[in-house]
Design a protein around this ligand. Structure first.
Ligand SMILES: [Zn+2]
Length: 367
């Protein structure tokens, strides 16, 4: 089993994390005070954290999403967005991450008059500030932005254009998020085709609270390079009595083409996509060597960090250092950061980092 200290020190990579799902509880309280926002149930950070997680853990994606009304309401000014973004980077760096893609839907922050471009500018300024602070603290991290459109609204083409407009300044891809049922990826086909024509990248939340058709549309109609969650891909896999797996056409395509799966086990437990962590499809999918990656989704709402997700994987599935490195390399290979940057992190940071931890463990075992 991996111990917490090893997990925290190991270089980690995160591809699926929502900016509005990862605020510090202390910051939520501060921002509410500054904005005169009175809908929080408590002024105590620990109680507030527990309240968000209780609200998230109600076995429904729609109920899970309710907590975001509070965080988003507090992300309506340039200063607030920049602060939240900078703290996000600092928190990820403190957790031992070396690369992360953090996503947000700029259309959620325009209620007080900010333009979509001003929102992205504030996010990226915050990321920049956070990266400088983290590097100065001896924890260098590279954080990139994924620009998200809300699937229940109708601004996805505008948001895709926004993502492309900021591509050389820290935005590395486009995504859609929000309630999945009733809002299939093909509803936003024009946006995805725009992204494709621009030789840009998209990842799509699919197969989280809805099944195989959502995954199929995301890949074969919308051209998604990665899939958010995609737990329902197991509906296309059957197991013999002796444990041998048979993949249907879609599952085989996903594995053969090495389509990255951004899996978020605790979040899925909270939304009711799975009943227990032990039953989470990540157990089977990693055994079948799909390109699995491990992610947080919403650190505040689910009360997790990437380290705590790795600790859970170690506890439930016996994941050790080698497999932790495999999951990390899967994520780094699947990142939207250009190839040179990915390669540099793999060869100069990730592989040496795990080699050092393995050597340390071997030396400890020899005594
Ligand atoms: Zn998500």
């Amino acid at each position: 089993m991996l111990d917490d200290r090893t997990i925290r020190r190991a270089p980690k990579v995160l591809l699926h994390d929502h900016l509005d799902g990862g605020l510090r509880p202390e910051t939520v309280i501060d921002l509410a005070r500054e904005a005169g926002y009175t809908a929080l149930p408590t002024q105590d950070p620990a109680e507030l954290q527990a309240w968000f997680t209780r609200g998230a853990d109600r076995k429904s994606l729609e109920l899970y999403l309710e907590g975001f009304a509070h965080t988003v309401a507090l992300m309506q000014t340039r200063d607030a967005i920049e602060r939240v973004s900078a703290e996000c980077v600092e928190d990820l760096a403190a957790d031992g991450l070396v690369y992360a893609e953090v996503r947000y839907a700029p259309e959620l922050s325009t209620a007080a008059g900010l333009s979509l471009d001003e929102v992205v500018e504030a996010v990226l300024a915050g990321f920049e500030r956070g990266m400088v602070t983290a590097a100065a603290a001896g924890r260098p991290i590279l954080v990139r932005f994924l620009c998200t459109a809300m699937r229940q609204y109708a601004r996805s083409v505008e948001i895709a254009e926004l993502a492309v407009r900021w591509r050389d300044r820290g935005c590395v891809g486009f995504d859609i998020a929000g309630p999945e049922k009733g809002f299939p990826p093909t509803r936003h086909l024009d946006a995805f085709h725009l992204v494709q024509r621009e030789n840009f990248h998209s990842t799509i939340h699919a197969g989280e609270s809805f099944g195989l058709p959502s995954i199929w549309e995301a890949l074969q109609w919308c051209g998604a390079a990665r899939l958010g969650h995609a737990v329902r891909i197991v509906d296309d896999i059957t197991l013999d009595d002796d444990g041998r797996a048979h993949l249907g056409r879609l599952a085989a395509y996903v594995r053969d083409r090495r389509i990255p799966l951004e899996m978020c086990p605790t979040s899925n437990l909270h939304t009711g996509a799975v009943a227990t962590l032990a039953e989470h499809p990540i157990g089977l999918l990693r055994r079948l060597r799909f390109r699995v990656t491990l992610n947080t989704d919403n650190r505040l709402m689910s009360g997790v960090s990437l380290s705590s997700e790795f600790a859970a994987m170690s506890r439930v599935f016996g994941v050790g250092l080698d497999e932790m490195e495999w999951l990390t390399l899967n994520a780094m290979k699947s990142a939207f950061e250009p190839f040179d940057g990915r390669l540099r992190l793999i060869t100069a940071v990730i592989k040496p980092g795990y080699a050092a931890l393995r050597a340390e463990a071997a030396a400890a075992a020899a005594f």
